[in-house]
Design a protein around this ligand. Structure first.
Ligand SMILES: Cc1cc2nc3c(=O)[nH]c(=O)nc-3n(C[C@H](O)[C@H](O)[C@H](O)COP(=O)(O)O)c2cc1C
Length: 135
C-alpha cells in the first residue's frame, strides 16, 4: 500500500459548505477506491494523509494536485506501508481556524493517538500547533 502525506494552501479560505463538499466527494471516491486517510484544515492550510492501493492513491493524489482550489501541494512523505494507519476513516476530518475548536492541537492529538507511526503523529501535531489560529 502507498501512503502519502502532503500539505497545501487554499487559494482563498474555504467556507464550511465548500469544506463539506470536498469531504463528501472525497469520502465517496475514497470508499470506492479503498483509500483511507485524514484531512486537517487550519486556516488556509491543509494537511492530508492518503493510503491504500498504490495506483488508487497515486491517481487520487494526481487529481488533488490538479485541483485549482488549492496550490503549493507538497508531499512531506510518500512510502509503502504494510498496514493502514487511518483504517477507520474514508477521510477523517478536523478543522481549525475561526470556526474550529479552541484547542486544535488537543483535538488532533486525540484523533491520532492510535497511530503507530511516531513521525506521522509528529507531523499532524506540528501542523495543528502552527495552524490552530491561522486565518
Ligand atoms: C484539500 C483537498 C483534499 C481533497 N481530498 C480528496 C480525497 O481524499 N479524495 C478525492 O477523491 N478527492 C479529494 N479532493 C477533491 C479532488 O481534488 C477532486 O476535486 C475530486 O477528486 C474530483 O472528484 P470527481 O471527479 O468525483 O468530482 C480534495 C480536494 C482538496 C482541495
Amino acid at each position: 500500500m502507498l501512503q502519502i502525506v502532503y500539505i497545501s494552501t487554499a487559494r482563498k479560505p474555504f467556507s464550511e459548505a465548500e469544506l463539506r463538499s470536498v469531504l463528501a466527494v472525497s469520502r465517496r471516491n475514497n470508499e470506492a477506491a479503498g483509500i483511507t486517510g485524514l484531512l486537517i484544515s487550519g486556516g488556509r492550510r491543509f494537511l492530508q494523509a492518503l493510503e491504500g492501493p498504490d495506483e488508487a492513491v497515486a491517481a487520487a493524489f494526481d487529481r488533488i494536485k490538479a485541483d485549482a482550489r488549492h496550490f503549493a501541494v507538497v508531499a512531506l512523505s510518500m512510502k509503502h506501508v504494510e498496514t493502514r494507519e487511518f483504517g477507520n476513516w474514508a477521510m477523517g476530518f478536523e478543522a481549525g481556524g475561526a470556526d474550529g475548536p479552541d484547542d486544535l492541537r488537543g483535538v488532533v492529538e486525540a484523533l491520532i493517538a492510535p497511530l503507530q507511526d511516531k513521525s506521522l503523529r509528529a507531523q499532524f501535531i506540528g501542523f495543528a500547533e502552527i495552524n490552530a489560529r491561522a486565518a
